[in-house]
Design a protein around this ligand. Structure first.
Ligand SMILES: Nc1ncnc2c1ncn2[C@@H]1O[C@H](COP(=O)(O)OP(=O)(O)OP(=O)(O)O)[C@@H](O)[C@H]1O
Ligand SMILES: [Mg+2]
Length: 326
């Protein structure tokens, strides 16, 4: 299976008050063609920063310090700004939480879709309009011809999100990045958009990197899952393995923090303690201050990521010891 996206030992910093702080620490993962990989973790763990690093859209005080980001085997971090820009929108497209980030309120849907298609697909206006109508159909928008004449404000949030998805996929990207695309939508519309993404996965054959803090969404959409804690990957597994056999205490904590609607009584066990600030200096495993199993070693050494059965990867000394005693 071809790796569309291949990230190795990525480190990014933010400079705050003149001092650099690591945000993403040694992150490695890949996305295969036709696969949906979810990155999940609490607010502030670095999900969006990861996507912005890939897209080369980090804010001015953010930078990729080291590591490799390959798109279809092309090393992006070595390219200049102009070369890098050429990839954005064409080979990799991004769907944001708020579609108005990407849509211009002053221009019609039709203008924005066709301009984008002409820019990236070398077709004339007439062809671009046909392609736009095709993709509005693909994302389930009825009366696409009429919609082309409308402005973004004339559409509901759910429809706007579909238009943005149509815009991104109409140029046939190899990688589709979606950063919390359903978080701002109500539950029914959220479900429809997730169903759409699942259907698209089969149609467009791109790799999908899907960001969410919601394990319910992960269960609906992921093939493989990366669990991020304070800038570090703590666990990686297929979606089945992650839910059937979570290994890292943080992942287990996240799962316990989800209300179980099937049981007679709602039981939510939030993870104790608070999520660290970027500027907090934590020695050892970044999760140890909140971990019920923390040992001396966890307070001084950073656990390496090890691979267990079924390509299940975990960075945790407790898991390491359990396996050593088996
Ligand atoms: N421009 C910035 N300058 C300094 N720190 C920043 C900047 N943008 C983000 N950060 C910090 O980087 C860390 C990672 O932020 P990021 O936006 O990637 O989190 P996230 O996982 O996407 O969270 P959420 O679920 O809330 O979207 C956070 O600690 C955040 O405060
Ligand atoms: Mg985010």
């Amino acid at each position: 299976m071809a790796k569309v996206l291949d990230i190795n030992q990525l480190v990014t910093h933010f400079t705050i008050a003149g001092k650099p702080y690591p945000v993403i620490r040694d992150l490695s993962f890949y996305v295969n063609q036709g696969e949906t990989v979810c990155i999940v973790g609490e607010s502030g763990c670095g999900k969006s920063v990861t996507t912005l690093a890939i897209m080369d859209l980090l804010p001015n005080n953010g930078e990729v310090v080291s590591g490799s980001i390959k798109l279809n085997e092309i090393e992006l971090t070595k390219l200049n700004k102009k070369e890098r820009n050429a990839f954005r929108g064409r080979d990799m497209g991004m769907i944001f939480q708020e579609p108005m980030t990407a849509l211009n309120p002053l221009l019609t849907i039709g203008y924005q879709l066709t301009e984008n298609i002409m820019l990236h697909r070398n077709v004339d206006k007439k062809n671009a309009t046909e392609i736009a109508i095709h993709y509005l159909n693909v994302v389930g928008i009825s009366n696409p011809k009429e919609r082309l004449k409308q402005y973004p404000f004339q559409l509901s949030g759910g429809l706007r999100q579909r238009v943005m998805i149509a815009m991104v996929i109409s140029v046939k990207p190899k990688l589709l990045i979606a950063d919390e695309p359903t978080t701002a939508l109500d539950v029914t519309i959220q479900k429809q958009v997730l169903n759409l993404m699942n259907k698209l996965k089969k149609d467009i054959d791109a790799g999908i990197l899907f960001i969410t803090h919601d394990l319910g969404v992960v269960a609906e959409i992921a093939d493989r899952v990366i669990v991020l804690y304070a800038g570090r990957k703590v666990e990686e597994a297929s979606v089945e393995d992650l839910f059937n056999n979570p290994k890292h205490p943080y992942t287990i904590g996240l799962m316990n923090a989800v209300p179980n609607v099937d049981s007679d009584h709602f039981e939510i066990k939030p993870i104790p303690g608070t999520f660290p600030l970027l500027t907090d200096d934590i020695k050892g495993c970044r999760f140890h201050p909140r971990c019920p199993f923390a040992m001396d070693r966890c307070r001084s050494e950073v656990p390496s990521e090890l691979e267990y059965d079924n390509h299940h990867r975990v960075a945790c000394f407790k898991v390491e010891e359990e396996y050593a005693h088996e």
